[in-house]
Design a protein around this ligand. Structure first.
Ligand code: KG4
Ligand code: ZN
Length: 319
């Protein structure tokens, strides 16, 4: 049996054109061309423009991934591509490109679920073979908390490839709520990182409802919190100074973190995982990572996040 498998992976699920080369679980290159600056002026991702940008960028991003990895196309064993979930016009670009590349080079094509990518991102190792799981064995079941712009999920991994969806958002995803509340505050796009920075210097003095607090299931809901923010902002007569933005950001961030923590704790109690992994763009949020680490520690369960922040948000190495 071959010991080294080289994979060229592509992800165009949203507003990042991404390609990577991996050797087994080692990431040899991970190229991400972000369209954020371009979509900023519209306050969010415009699907048909995202498609056009992906079409412009994909060829050079893939070539760059091969070049940086120092791997020639002949050496690639398979091509992997995200088939969803994501923006359909954006996904289409990556899928069509990957299909053609597979045909032209006579390589097998592997279709990958984007959320499975986020779930497994903590397993990735860098080009020296160092990663969260390099010094420790993966012990199942592993609980995954995935928090991104499109999804909020609790997943139980019984083994690699065997997953149970324990709970998910019934409406808006946590990242989407961050982005929408940032828009209400006229802070710009994408809002998650901006709110997160402001919240570091704020005090959570505004009372906001904690979503789904009394439900016994493991699902989430963030649209009520978003609406509560809208009403609160309408009714508050305070000056919109720096302190106000910092405090409001801290209040909103805390409500999201508490909502996630409650279900996260419930999932731990119910399923007794041996290890925990976090994934998705919202885990860039320092307070969120700290809160989840604290819960994991008090339950004496090791918690892992990807070795590099590049693997938190959308990328192709995880694919
Ligand atoms: O995983 P991701 O890159 O894309 C999706 O698959 O959706 O996640 C993007 C989301 C956006 O909603 C963005 O606002 C949010 O992650 N995000 C953050 C932070 N950085 C990015 N949310 C909260 N705090 C952050 N520091
Ligand atoms: Zn994602």
């Amino acid at each position: 049996m071959k010991s080294n498998y080289y994979i060229l992976a592509i992800d165009t699920s949203c507003d990042e054109t991404a390609a990577a080369v991996t050797r087994n679980d080692w990431v040899l290159s991970n190229i991400i061309s972000s369209q954020v600056e371009f979509h900023k002026q519209y306050g969010g991702v415009v699907p048909f423009l995202a498609k056009r940008k992906h079409q412009e960028m994909i060829d050079s991003v893939v070539k760059e991934a091969l070049f940086r990895a120092g791997v020639k196309m002949e050496k690639i064993d398979a091509i992997a591509v995200t088939i969803g979930p994501g923006l359909a016009p954006a996904l289409e670009v990556g899928v069509n490109y990957a299909k053609q590349l597979a045909i032209d080079n006579k390589k097998p094509l592997i279709a990958v679920n984007h959320m499975e990518g986020h779930l497994l991102s903590s397993f990735a190792k860098n080009s020296n073979g160092i990663g969260p799981f390099s010094k420790t064995k993966s012990l199942f079941p592993i609980l995954g908390l995935l928090v991104s712009g499109g999804h909020t999920q609790l997943v139980l991994m019984d083994s690699l490839g065997k997953y149970r969806l324990l709970g998910e958002t019934l409406d808006d995803a946590a990242g989407e709520a961050f982005d929408k509340v940032a828009k209400m505050l006229e802070l710009g796009y994408p809002g998650g990182a901006i709110i997160s920075e402001l919240a570091k210097k704020g005090f959570p003095k505004y009372k906001l409802p904690i979503p789904m607090i009394r439900n016994h299931d493991l699902n989430f809901s963030f649209s009520g919190l978003k609406t509560a923010c809208l009403y609160k902002l309408r009714d508050l007569k305070e000056p919109r100074d720096k302190q106000f933005f910092q405090d409001f950001s801290a209040s909103f961030e805390q409500a999201v973190i508490v909502a996630l923590s409650i279900k996260f704790k419930k999932a731990i109690e119910r399923y007794q995982p041996k290890q925990i992994v976090l994934g998705g763009g919202v885990i860039n949020n320092l307070h969120l990572r700290q809160a989840m680490r604290k819960i994991a520690r008090s339950n004496k369960i090791p918690l892992f996040v990807p070795y590099n922040k590049k693997l938190f948000s959308d990328n192709a190495a995880m694919i």
